[in-house]
Ligand binder design. Sequence first.
Ligand code: NAD
Length: 416
Amino acid sequence: MEINPYDVATKQIEIVAKELGLDRNTTEYLKRIERALIVSIPITMDNGTVQIFEGYRVHHSTVRGPGKGGIRFSPDVNLDEVKALATWMTWKSSLLNLPLGGAKGGVRVDPRKLSMKELERLTRRYTAEIINIIGPDIDIPAPDVNTNAQVMAWIMDVYSMQKGRSIPGVVTGKPIEIGGSVGREPATGMGLYFVLKALCEKLDCKLKDQSIVIQGFGNVGGTIAELLYKDGCKILAVSDISTGIYCKDGLDIEKLLEYVKKGKYLKDYPNDNYKHISNDELLTSKCDVLIPAAIENQITEKNADKIDCKIVLEGANGPTTPEADNILFSKGIKVVPDILANSGGVCVSYFEYIQDIHSYFWKLERINQELERIILEAFEETYRISVERNISLRTAAYIIAVERVAKAIKLRGFFP
Ligand code: NAD
């Protein structure tokens, strides 16, 4: 049976509510989303026919600030997935103590089957459909799976045209020329890198000696692969949607990145020394650090027992189910949860948003310094709680994040 990510998200809230002794009303409220919009997006295709796609935008919580979260274009997107992703965004913003809430959006479409013009029409019409529930002080979208800076530029343009003035603060992850921030594109990978380095120090091991396996070779997986490769780590395997590739002596990440950046798939990469492996083989390959950086529900009770690493660093959102979490914890594997590990993206998105509002732009050095400071503060606090209470890093991170949101709800009270 398919695992429903929203069931996973609500189960995680129940676990931490018990740990925190949260009252029933707050717990039940946190398990719900504030609002969801389902839209139909009719698009005239290049051949003159009309296709109608379904899109979503969900606000899980805006109690601590405007909603924040990406937009994904994928044939598997559905309302429950977007609800789960919006919920995880609430915890991520809260864990970093950013004045933002949690939101997410998506369109059920396979963008590989669209021309550039069709993709632009789809993005523009989707934006027009959700325009009333986004905005710099309402909800600020960003890129996610299969969306990028160009898609954000189209969203910003539709919103600005509607309002009659340029409003860059409506989205983050934009091109730098129209109010984007330096350092935003690699920010999620950069955050993963800072956290992994700090964890290695705690565990008394050298980062450069770690062998690495990465699922997903897009923005997040590609960036962390490059940073670790440059540091001297051996990257044993990477994968994209087409295949996984493995080499016991390590892959040449620079050449692979050059190849996929041309829009090509790993299955066509010409190198006889690289073995093609399945998703499951990749996830269960022996390594020091496993980085799931593709989609949800990849480490489940079916394969958790076979996971053979010291650290799981969650680049993707929701890659591990709660059942798998228990198995990994009992095996002594440290799982750095998504809401901490991949929070570099929302952190630099927040910097982009501030820069847009102030019309004053920072240097890359400042971006990376502030990112490192904020993400490591959250890491230290999470690590401390996990050691003190002998609980997983995930439960510790959730304790911090959920407690902050619960306090905000209590202080504001229920209206009316
Ligand atoms: P992306 O589209 O740039 O890359 C996704 C990668 O995963 C690609 O290599 C793709 O081929 C692969 N992939 C997709 N479906 C797959 C499948 N079914 N099996 C195996 N591989 C598959 O996306 P991204 O921005 O790198 O996002 C990856 C993950 O990181 C997502 O879970 C996303 O929510 C999360 N995330 C992204 C950011 C960000 O700033 N981009 C921030 C936080 C979290």
